[in-house]
Write a protein that binds this ligand. Structure first.
Ligand code: DAH
Length: 337
């Protein structure tokens, strides 16, 4: 073998050995510059081939080229191995603390619903549910809203078909339950309700809890007793309530129930607009006309009913300024409860 070929072979084997024993990226880079850089040994070697006698050039050129390809390839593989090690090393670090999965919790609405239903359950009422798509009959007719009567205007209705609608309140479940059960009836009905209202205190989808108690000898005193017990359990132990005359087609007499303002305790403030009271729900004594629809004997039984906005109850209890906070899914809000 002539000197040139020997020299090429020496450079080749030195370079490959150096790359094989390399321990880090910086050392590898130094090797690359030493052999393959613009002034590197392989580069210089290739350049010097022009000075060789003509007959030696092809063999030397071929050998130099082969050496260059092998060194370049070895360098590339070493670099890849170093990078892979860099990525996989932390995964093998068993001493690192684990990543905590983000734990969610219940949203304020179902939480409030459970809380309210729980209070009534302790008072002896059972929980019943009904359909959200409802017929005109259960939502209005059997609740004593006569056809074309202005009382229907109180509830901006979303119709989904002829005589089919999204229930505007949970009251239809009063009829559905009485149809299926003989008295006594002691129930609460939680669920979603729908109306075409949309402002800072109204959302087109909202939640109600209906109450219905029909038994022998039920009077308005029972209504007031049950709701007073509820207000002290849900808000605070000495929360006062008051009944204000009102109108609903399915109760007679009807009453709006207010609680003493949760902010000022009844002295008058901005929240209660100076009145000292906050409106909480609608209620009344079941209108005997309803018993005609379900086959109950109005001479034997009497009852009371009430309907409460859950969103509203949550707003009052937690001092929320805008009902939309409940539906926007903003974690900064939801995490507070
Ligand atoms: N369903 C009524 C509404 O959504 C609320 C209501 C009032 C329910 C009086 C009742 C009740 O059960 O007795 O406007």
């Amino acid at each position: 073998m002539n000197d040139v070929l020997k020299n090429i072979e020496q450079i080749r084997s030195e370079a490959l050995k150096a790359i094989e024993n390399v321990t880090g990226a910086e050392a590898l880079e130094r090797i690359r510059v030493e052999y393959l850089g613009t002034k590197g040994r392989v580069t210089e070697l290739t350049r010097s081939l022009g000075a060789l006698p003509k007959e030696e050039r092809p063999a030397a050129g071929q050998a130099a080229n082969k050496a260059k390809v092998e060194i370049t390839q070895a360098h590339k593989e070493a670099l890849e191995a170093l990078n892979a090690a860099k990525v996989s090393a932390p995964a093998l670090d068993v001493t690192m603390p684990g990543r905590r999965p983000a734990l969610g919790h219940r949203h304020l609405i179902p939480k409030t619903m459970d809380e309210i239903c729980g209070i009534f359950a302790k008072l002896g009422l059972s929980i019943v549910e009904g359909p959200e798509v409802e017929t005109d009959y259960y939502n209005f007719e059997a609740l004593n809203f006569p056809h074309d009567h202005p009382s229907r205007d109180m509830q901006e209705t979303l119709f989904v078909g002829d005589k089919l609608l999204l229930r505007t309140h949970t009251s239809p479940v009063q009829i559905r339950t009485m149809e299926k059960t003989k008295p006594p009836v002691w129930i609460v009905v939680p669920g979603k309700t729908y109306r075409r209202d949309d402002d800072i205190t109204h959302s087109p989808m909202f939640n109600q809890i209906e109450g219905l108690v029909v038994d022998e000898g039920i009077t308005m005193a029972d209504l007031k007793g049950v709701l007073t017990a509820f207000a002290s359990a849900f808000f605070s132990p000495d929360t006062k309530i008051r009944l204000r005359p009102s109108f609903f087609p399915f109760t007679e007499p009807s009453a709006e129930v207010d609680i003493a303002c949760v902010l000022c305790g009844g002295h008058g403030c901005r929240l209660c607009k100076g009145s000292g009271w906050l409106e909480l729900l609608g209620s009344g004594m079941v209108d005997p006309a309803l018993y005609g629809f379900v086959g109950y004997d109005p001479e034997k039984v009497s009852g009371f009913a009430f309907g409460m906005g859950v969103d509203r109850a949550a707003m009052l209890k937690y001092g929320l300024s805008n009902i939309r906070h409940l539906y926007e899914g903003d974690l900064r809000f939801s995490r507070q409860f």
